[in-house]
Design a binder for this molecule. Sequence first.
Ligand SMILES: *Cc1c(COP(=O)(O)O)cnc(C)c1O
Length: 362
Amino acid sequence: MRKHIFNAGPCKLPMPVLEAASKSVLEFNGCGQSILEVSHRGKDFEAVIAEAGELMKELLGVPEGYHVLFLGGGASLEFAMIPMNFLRTKAYYLNTGTWATGALKEGQLYGMDKAIEIASSKDKDFTYIPKYGKHYQMPTEGDYYHITTNNTIRGSEIHEDYTCSIPLIADMSSDIMSRPVDVSKYHMIYGGAQKNIGPAGATFVILKDEMLQRIADRPIPTMMKYQIHVDKGSMNNTPPCYAIYVILETLRWLKGFGGVSEMYKYNQAKAEKLYNAIDNSKMFRGTVEKEDRSLMNIVFVLEEKYKAMEADFVKFAGERNIVGIKGHRSVGGFRASTYNACTLEDVDALVKAMQDFEVKNA
Ligand SMILES: *Cc1c(COP(=O)(O)O)cnc(C)c1O
């Protein structure tokens, strides 16, 4: 029996995607070869990567003047490539959690005075998003402003597209395609595919062409140059072909679902259900400021007097086929990742488990 999967990443994928992906492993497109065997330079794969790029643009409404890339190395490699390519004088970073800190650290390799932490929510264990105008002023000079729109581990999310007069770069690993985004407000959006649009192994990058005029004057290894990846259409070397193919199937599924705006409504419904259950419980409570709560990673803990029962709840839920709700090792408690492929039925099962556990134990 298929489980209720709340894994934070790699994520749950829709069954039609898994079915198409498994068929293509045996034979792709009736071409007498597996998707694992076709040449990345052949027409079959070229059609795959082209359609995946087009669907990224179509589903997100990417305007003219942007490139879509599919690369290796994960979002973590982008953390390093961004300052290597774009940090010339100084850049600003908003520190909202573990991954944001990781991105900042790679920038700081060029000097603490070059990659500046403009604000941080570390003072409250990253349970809120620092607000411009209140906690800091939007940067007005510098090479770029880096933000992490969804904090996968802590469960907070930026629910608006910032207006910034310097290039805005966003790590959207865990909320890409979960809500409509005004791409024109960003110079770069990137992330690992494995949180919401596919399997592990591929990284998506949406890069404004104008950014290529702002490349830093330093030696950059070939595979770390955005210009090369743009010039070669993500094929300077063998790209993560299979991962890109599964991204394509996931994007086709999303289009069939009604696109990002329909998905956004569904994601809101799932999150509302789960947050309501948390807020109405005597046993469980949320950790993040309500206005900053993530729609994708719902983090909650047991009230102090029930703390010892954490492992019991994970086991209780496990007996009901619910997996992936243990919180990140750095935070503890629970985290339910309600990415696009997670269904209302999955959420209902979790809510019921929470309620039954409470009846039994509170
Ligand atoms: C998972 C995650 C990363 C790291 O992604 P990798 O592809 O594993 O390198 C970076 N940022 C965010 C927001 C993430 O959720």
